[in-house]
Design a binder for this molecule. Structure first.
Ligand SMILES: Cc1cc2nc3c(=O)[nH]c(=O)nc-3n(C[C@H](O)[C@H](O)[C@H](O)COP(=O)(O)O)c2cc1C
Length: 400
């Protein structure tokens, strides 16, 4: 009888780096992982550059079509079996370039769905850990299957040096050294990623029974928006403050024209002109009102980008009062608000706690007219409460 030898399937891994910096340590981790992957049978890793992607703007989409760089990126993700994320943490969360890439590939049809994934990060004190936990939460929405262990956080600023000036992981090739241990951990991350993908591909003999839960007397989220998007909210507070909140002057600051954050664009404490202008506006403000949708359970990339630019030393957000308002589907953007609050811990922003303003734009009665103007009297009143709370809190922060 002829022996049949089953060929091991090749697992294709797309490796993404969340930093655009040329000498990025995290890209150094990708290069190192690609080297390591060559010694793992059945694993093929490819680095996918996210820097050419435009800033997410759904106006750039056609009927299910995307700009060419986005199409090419989505195709690469689609072809991959699993994803290897190597990213720094920016202000306690994922970086804007990475969130941007994530959001583009999430647009229908979501090309992340059902893939295995692993995260590694190189950064400051916690080695990027907080951003990893945000990414895991985002993955819930994207339907990514993250390996749980091993976790890989690399503190790059703790001696001995882990990278050279080009961002290459320095290979001491001494087994007992920290570098060696970290590299071998990287090996285990890849193996675990490999294993989870294989198990997904070969699960047979499972019987799934559908259990109805509709009749339970519990909340029903059928009211979510279906491919339609809520109107923008930023104009209403301005209108409202002019009409009825004394002592507040609200200016709308555009963030669309900021370049995607790349520290290579910085000089010695200088920034590109649009960034300088934006930072100056934030510096001059007493407090900040954020109005943003939730994308994939977290902040929209343009907002994260703006936040990150103004955080560059000296941090322009420091010690300001702030409030967040959002409108969206069932949760009304609440998860994005909680991520923003966590980001604010690092930025030293003092958020008002109450009232919460997470508006379900799709629940009747209609809140907006067809031009996106807020028309619902009760919602206007709620918004006014937010502005009053922000006003009072700002004065307190300023000791007035
Ligand atoms: C906008 C910005 C925000 C940052 N915030 C954090 C942070 O919250 N936690 C952290 O550990 N490091 C933070 N860092 C430091 C980066 O983690 C560190 O510079 C890292 O080396 C960047 O990764 P890269 O070498 O791959 O570019 C921040 C850096 C930038 C540019």
């Amino acid at each position: 009888m002829e022996a049949v030898i089953a060929a091991k399937p090749i697992i294709k891994v797309a490796a993404l780096c969340g930093s655009l910096r040329k000498g990025s340590y995290n890209r150094g981790l990708v290069r190192s992982a690609i080297e390591v992957s060559k010694s793992i049978n059945g694993l093929e890793m490819e680095y996918i550059d996210i820097s050419p992607l435009p800033m997410l703007n759904t106006d750039l989409e056609g009927e299910g079509t995307f700009p060419p760089t986005v199409e090419a990126f989505r195709q690469k993700i689609k072809e991959a079996d699993s994803i290897f994320f190597a990213s720094p943490e920016y202000n306690y969360s994922v970086t804007a370039p990475l969130k941007n890439a994530i959001d583009w590939a999430s647009r229908p049809p979501n090309v992340w769905a059902d893939k295995a994934a692993a995260i590694v990060s190189a950064g400051g004190g916690f080695g990027g850990g907080r951003s990893q936990y945000h990414l895991r939460q985002i993955g819930v929405y994207l339907d990514l299957h993250f390996i749980n262990k091993p976790e890989f956080f690399l503190n790059v600023f703790q001696p001995p040096a882990k990278f050279d000036s080009d961002g290459n992981l320095v290979d001491e090739s001494i087994k007992e050294s920290e570098v060696w241990n970290q590299t071998s951990t990287c090996f285990h991350v890849l193996l675990a990623c490999h294993a989870i993908q294989l198990s997904q591909e070969s699960v047979k003999g499972i019987e799934i029974e559908y259990i109805e839960i509709d009749r339970l007397p519990l909340l029903n989220t059928d009211l979510e928006g279906q491919g339609t998007f809520p109107p923008e909210v930023e104009d209403f507070p301005i209108q409202l403050s002019q009409e009825s909140v004394k002592g507040i002057e609200i200016e709308y600051i555009e963030i669309d024209r900021l370049p995607l954050l790349n520290t290579d664009l910085e000089g010695q404490g200088t920034f590109p002109p649009e960034v300088e202008d934006f930072r100056q506006k934030i510096k001059e403000a007493d407090s900040v009102l954020f109005a943003s949708p939730e994308y994939n359970f977290s902040l929209a990339a343009p907002l994260k980008n703006a936040i990150d630019w103004a955080s560059r030393p000296p941090n322009a957000w420091a010690n300001k009062a702030a409030a967040i308002i959002s409108t969206g589907g069932s949760g009304g953007g609440e998860r994005a608000q909680y991520h923003l609050r966590q980001v604010g811990v690092f930025l030293d922003i003092h958020f008002i706690n109450k009232p919460l303003f997470c508006l379900n734009a799709f629940e009747p009665p209609a809140k907006f007219d067809k031009d996106g103007n807020l028309v619902n009297a009760e919602t206007k009143e709620r918004l006014k409460e937010v502005l009053l709370a922000l006003h009072e809190f700002t004065l307190r922060i300023q000791g007035k």
